[in-house]
Design a protein around this ligand. Structure first.
Ligand SMILES: [Fe+2]
Length: 406
């Protein structure tokens, strides 16, 4: 985000001496910057050396061999089935994520969590984590952000952070992990990075970290940081052990930091006839876009058909996460809260039988959905295969190869 923030104690001039007012000791300046000193960055001032570590060992990521979508089918995944009963009480928001879909640009995973995550850093790309329900706090080297239902939480690559669920309900997270940076749609931004007048949200809607945090160091106690990183063309995990707590920042400033944006602050763009999905865009990364469908007045031409026309996204796979309301176009398909549909490129999709006609005359859709469109095909990961309803592909015709929906 090219939106400047400053928190805590920073010196008046960058790259100059910044000292602890009590001990006179120097703080250690860290520049965290994108694209090799040529894009957004922040300067953080640490009490301890940010590069110090005492161990590095393997973090074994869950075994997964994503399978190509072949033979080609649309899918419906019931994500709530991945965490049945009270299993969420032992799950943490990072290590217990179950990957649903993925390709070389982005991975989509889901977790219902009840215990804090360890300290974590994604060295592969930015994360955009959508909070389906529950509450919690995202703590990071920049400070803390309280999060709740409907928040998109954008966490820049390599930000050391942790998730702390609060309350007695699962913190349900739909995590979009990129191999790149995730930014507001570029067409919403001025040449210099300000959100423009036609954008459906603006800087006032973004919540930055409050802090900074100053974790108490416990002498002799080391800290583990779980790091996801690139290795051999794939994804590796490492636990780095540091001699002091990474949350030792006394102040920071710049344009790179985690932030939250609530979906209810997205002002929908509507029209006399159907508005295509790009009108609902929020963010983008390399090889994908993120859009959302929020409660809104619908098409008001006297002959309009408010649900979408049938469409073939010849260049993309479309992933919809149904996160609230009542999604008009999918009625009768079994899709409900916590469902994900995958409509792959090469297949024409659209409203379920009856929805097209039924929508005529509707004035308002009470729907809430987050959509990821990817330009490379998505593979089915372990969580997707486990949450497949097994019948969605036949829901438009009413029968499959066995003659029924089963
Ligand atoms: Fe679609």
């Amino acid at each position: 985000m090219a939106y400047y923030r400053s928190a805590g104690a920073v010196p008046p001039k960058r790259h100059t001496q910044h000292r602890d007012p009590e001990t006179g000791g120097l703080y250690f300046e860290e520049l965290m910057g994108e694209e090799g000193f040529s894009s957004d960055s922040s300067l953080l001032y640490h009490r301890h050396l940010p590069s110090a570590m005492v161990d590095s060992r393997v973090w074994r990521l869950p075994e997964d061999k994503p399978e190509p979508n072949h033979p080609l089918k649309p899918y419906h995944f019931r994500l709530h089935d991945l965490f049945p009963g009270e299993s969420w009480r032992q799950a943490d928001p990072v290590r217990d994520r179950r990957t649903v879909l993925g390709n070389a640009d982005v991975r989509i995973s889901y977790v219902a969590a009840g215990v804090p995550s360890p300290l974590y850093r994604n060295g592969i790309g930015d994360e955009c984590v959508y909070v389906e329900s529950g509450g919690g706090v995202l703590e990071s080297v920049f400070g803390s952000i309280e999060v709740g239902a409907g928040d998109y939480v954008v966490i820049p690559r390599a930000t050391t952070h942790r998730w702390l669920p609060t309350g007695d309900a699962p913190l349900r997270l739909y995590a979009i992990e990129a191999n790149s940076h995730i930014t507001p749609a570029k067409r919403y931004l001025s040449t210099y990075g300000q959100l423009l007048e036609h954008a459906p949200f603006c800087e006032r809607d973004l919540r930055g970290p409050v802090g900074p945090l100053l974790a108490e160091d416990v002498p002799g106690e080391d800290t583990e940081v779980y790091v996801k990183h690139r290795v051999g063309g794939g994804i590796g995990g490492t636990v780095l052990v540091t001699p002091t707590h990474p949350f030792d920042v006394v102040g920071w400033d710049g344009c790179l930091y985690p932030y939250a944006f609530n979906i209810s602050d997205y002002e929908p763009i509507t029209g006399r006839v159907h508005q295509p999905p790009p009108a609902h865009q929020v963010f983008e990364g390399n090889g994908f876009v993120i859009c959302n469908f929020v409660p809104r007045k619908v098409d008001y031409h006297p002959l309009s058909i408010p649900v979408p026309y049938y469409h073939s996204n010849v260049d993309s796979d479309e992933v919809m996460f149904y996160t609230g309301g009542d999604y008009e176009a999918r009625k009768g398909s079994g899709i409900g809260q916590g469902s994900v549909s995958l409509h792959p490129g090469g297949h024409t999709h659209g409203p379920q039988p009856g929805a097209y006609e039924r929508s005529i005359g509707a004035e308002f859709f009470d729907e809430l959905a987050v959509m990821v469109d990817t330009f490379r095909p998505l593979d089915l990961a372990e969580g997707g295969r486990a949450a497949d309803d097994g019948r969605y592909a036949w829901s438009w015709s009413g029968r499959g190869p066995q003659g029924d929906l089963g």
